[in-house]
Design a protein around this ligand. Sequence first.
Ligand code: NAD
Length: 497
Amino acid sequence: MNLIEHFIDGKIVSGTSNRKGKVFNPSIGKQESEVILATKQDLDLAVQKAKKAFETWSNVTPIQRARIIFKYKEIIEKNSDLIAKMIVSEHGKVYEDAKGSLTRGLEVVEFACGIPQMLKGDFTENVGTNIDSWSVRQPLGVCAGITPFNFPAMVPMWMFPMAIACGNTFVLKPSEKDPSCPLKLAELFSEAGLPDGVLNVVNGDKEVVDAILEHKDISAVSFVGSTPIAKYIYENAAKNEKRVQALGGAKNHCVVMPDCDLDQAVNGLMGAAYGSAGERCMAQSVAVAVGNVGDKLVDELSKKVEALKIGPGMDKNSEMGPLVTKEHLERVRGYVDLGIKEGADLVVDGRDIKLQGYEDGYYIGGCLFDNVKKDMRIYKEEIFGPVLSVVRAKDFDEALNLINDHEFGNGTSIYTRDGDAGRTFANQIKVGMVGINIPIPVPVAFHSFGGWKRSLFGDQHMHGPEGVRFYTKLKTITSRWPSGVRSDPEFIMPTMK
Ligand code: NAD
């Protein structure tokens, strides 16, 4: 059995815990590794090493930091096949999708190479006579990241390259379901020349998460995961005086207008609803069919959902792999059962597929519901599986209100040829990331990623300019050089003359 440990101060270490978690290969439904679940003491060791490393790393010039990050980019590219295979073997998504998600993470590394430009401050000469004022952004100290299972490379890479480029040191606590890839990412950063202690990985579960939230030497916490845990992280990190950004779950709607290019909408929806078996926070899990487009949309979708090629992630023909664990498979199946009970029409039922040679894998076929109503739990809750619900709306306004009334606000999109509908949608929708004829509007690395409402607790989105703001604090300096003219004490509020 393969053993997955921690990475602290540039070394693989096993720590003090005797608790272990099971890591499965979901394509075959077998446990292949054990991961050590860290104690509070293990976390404290990582934080102390990161705190020590901060003393020197924060004084390394931005251009020197950028050079190490540039080298890291090259090393990731060289190892991309190995990393993608690690993702497939523990998460289950298909190989090309795993590679694509790594590329999206790598783009943040590329953005971080430009950190000297992002850290340039503002300067005003003569804010008062012979007085200059300037603002700089300085690193926070030790930052922590807590990440979900569904993007073991991309989501950690939204965080640590930005934090480190800004001069912070970092402790990452990845998902215990697929920890091999994030551990490898940290080892490769060392190979690129990152000093020991700047990036540490501590594996574990709630015990180590709580230790992060309580640790007095951690200045900021970035979290991505489900909404109940995001809220817990937000409240407890803030209570312990930390800066926090906590991204939560989603229920993303795709509005299909009667005037749209239907082929484009159907193909967009297929990838967005069933890609990565629906285990994406930007998956489209609701299609809102407006006006008379519903019957045609359901007809076209059902043919494609039935034809989906399901299989192990390393099979080139697979379009959709298994779900991450047996428990998650049971949960998603349970939601399909529930949808039937609630009165929705199950047009395509993927619950009972069996793959020859992979009978123990955690597979489910694509499922498609029609006539889903807004009071049903399958509409209100995040399923996080390959289940698409079609809701009928009589017009654009009803579709808009449906989305604005939903508790989540991560991503959404509209398919239309009408510029006015597209513009009004973008302007009035209460969602953080919006696509117009784009199925998964994930912002690129030099913009920032984040949702609204209960999809994000905190003020700053991830990576891009908001990432730089999150991982730095502002300092403004006002200065006058002695000019030989002596001034008397002033007891009134100074105003600039
Ligand atoms: P999760 O909330 O179960 O776990 C996320 C992290 O929190 C893991 O590291 C886990 O170890 C830790 N954790 C779990 N339970 C905890 C507890 N009780 N106390 C403290 N820590 C705990 O999420 P997941 O199942 O790994 O990931 C799927 C979820 O993540 C979905 O809801 C998905 O929408 C969301 N997600 C959101 C985004 C986004 O950008 N908004 C991106 C990816 C995933």
